[in-house]
Design a protein around this ligand. Sequence first.
Ligand SMILES: [Mg+2]
Length: 249
Amino acid sequence: MPLLETTITGILLDIEGTTTHMDFVHNVLFPYARVHVHAFLAEHLSDEGVRADLASLREEYAAGERQGIRQPALRDDSREEQLASIVSYIHWLMDLDRKSTPLKSIQARVWQRGYLTGELRSWLFSDVPVALERWNKQKRDIRIFSSGSVLAQKLLFANTEAGDLTKLIGGYFDTEIGAKGDTESYRRIETTFGRPASEIIFISDMTAELDAARSAGMQTLLCLRPGNRPQQIGAGHQTIRSFDELFSQ
Ligand SMILES: [Mg+2]
């Protein structure tokens, strides 16, 4: 491929639609969190991290109230009602696919339980583990940028069919660093990489994200995977269908 492969020392990867089939997120992870969040919260309501997430969630709820948004009411009458109403609110946020940081954090905690019990095992496209090994051997710095929380990302790469791949990955970024469509996020990521943006390639299934990365000076690749939403091809981003095509030796 015409990329100047030798000049690329850093690789930034999206997850959903790039390393992982969209179905895993939408048909496995999200339904798992939805079904198990009630039991999880009932068991962990007094955990410090869970309490912090719920406090943030209540702040978002209060902000919604101030904006006059119609949302499921939170109740404080009894522990059971409190729990039931927070679960209804969480389900409602999930239905809206709200990019809420505490929601993402709670989801990741529920998934962590699923991975620990062995009920969950993450999916990667078959070329991905091999490519991560190869790029790592080539001393390329591989990092992840996904709107799922850093905990969710680490769990995903720690619990794959090919085993724990986290040793191959140098860093994880979620929306705490900024939105994926925002050029500033990629500038901040460049700083943490400690290498110039021109040496970093961002691979994603979404052209809007690639456009933002390119504005920050990064190289880009549009990843075409089965199940992805159609993207405008020819927006100046080269395409790949498999990581086998990239840095093959
Ligand atoms: Mg994606």
